[in-house]
Write a protein that binds this ligand. Structure first.
Ligand code: UDP
Length: 341
């Protein structure tokens, strides 16, 4: 089969590209490289360095082949940034996705898998795992922009027959177990890479944002899901699209607090993470854990790397070998020296 992946040079997208290539598919990538990395693109995949708002470029890519499906990940995706400039986030994510969806309908594409988010459920604090019928109350402009796109896909199916799967990711984490791809955000804002860098003394002590939440240890709880499991989920869901459009919450169903993550890093590496308590971060819900029962029932997907220590071990192995992410392959450090096992 022949697939297009938008945002395929980014963190989750690059792992999806690997999963598609591993399954024997042909893959082309659309990425404007605003946050993605040229070096994250495997040689077997063709990269179109194109912005989704460029309609002429999209027409040429879509006209070149019959595409069996599109995986749509390209987006602005930092929650805090979206609250500083909400109109920009809403406009950018919506118009670029609208262009892409329109191209799909014009060129007879039948399937889209869309990268949605747990940020749809950013309303009042929740206890317990979140099912698909939980109220959608985006807590940020980022989450709202993803909801606009879910709704657009609904109408693209109703009127044009474009089937879509909206996968609401929780916290993607870890790296390709074979070391072919990993996490590299600039600036980095995510807990696990920042904690690993603090442990490796590449950054000052980690700040833990809030230690007075209504959780057992006072820190926020998240559902860390291995990025390769998320990638595999994209392939599992394609068969469901033969029947109908769907939206699923995608996670392991297990929550880990921020301090649990630091304990896991200590177990895996044998080193403590230096940290100190800091103010709560605006917009952080105390707990976000997926109930992925529907997805597992409909697709048979289960996470291969469900244990937090497995997630941390793959993240650490990649981080240790790529100190500057994709920017510097030369300054490697010996991963074995910072991994107990
Ligand atoms: N976090 C933290 N210190 C950091 C970065 C993140 O305490 O330097 C916390 C954050 O407040 C949240 C959790 O780690 O409780 C996960 O945050 P992340 O940004 O990794 O993902 P999010 O859940 O916001 O998508």
């Amino acid at each position: 089969m022949r697939y297009l992946v938008t945002g395929g040079a980014g963190y989750i997208g690059s792992h999806i590209v690997l999963a598609l290539l591993d399954a024997g598919h042909e893959v082309e990538i659309i990425d404007n490289l605003s946050t993605g990395h040229r070096k994250a693109v495997p040689s077997a995949a063709r990269l179109h360095e194109v912005d989704l708002r460029d309609g002429a470029a999209l027409a040429s890519i879509f006209g070149a082949h019959q595409w069996d499906g599109v995986f749509h990940l390209a987006a602005l995706s930092i929650v805090g940034e979206s609250m500083r400039d909400p109109l920009h986030y809403l406009e950018h994510n919506f118009t670029s996705s609208l262009n892409l969806i329109r191209s799909c309908t014009q060129h007879g594409v039948r399937k889209m898998v869309f990268s949605s988010t747990a940020a749809l459920f950013g309303g009042p604090d929740r206890h317990g795992a979140i099912t698909e019928d939980a109220a959608i109350i985006p807590g940020s402009a980022y989450g709202e922009s993803k909801f606009f796109i879910e709704r657009t896909l609904h109408w693209a199916d109703q009127v044009h027959g474009l089937r879509s799967a909206c996968l609401r990711y929780f916290n993607a984490a870890g790296a390709d177990p074979d070391g072919r791809a990993g996490e590299d955000h600039k600036p980095e804002t995510h807990l696990i890479p920042l904690a690993l860098d603090a442990m490796l003394h590449r950054r000052p002590a980690l700040q833990i944002f809030g230690t007075d939440y209504e959780t057992p240890d006072g820190t926020c709880i998240r559902d860390y899901t291995h990025v390769s499991d998320i990638a595999a989920a994209h392939i599992c869901v394609l068969d469901v699209l033969d029947q109908r459009s769907v939206a699923y919450n995608l996670g392991t169903g297990t929550g880990h607090s921020n301090l649990d993550v630091l304990k896991s890093i200590a177990r895996v590496s044998g080193r403590d993470v230096p940290w100190h308590a800091a103010e709560r971060r605006a917009g952080d819900p105390s707990g976000l854990v997926a109930d992925a029962t529907s997805f597992t029932r409909d697709t048979g997907w289960t996470p291969r790397y469900a244990a937090i220590d497995q997630i941390i071990a793959t993240a650490l192995a990649w981080r240790a070998r790529h100190p500057d992410g994709y920017g510097d392959a030369a300054r490697q450090i010996d991963a074995a020296s910072v991994m107990r096992r």
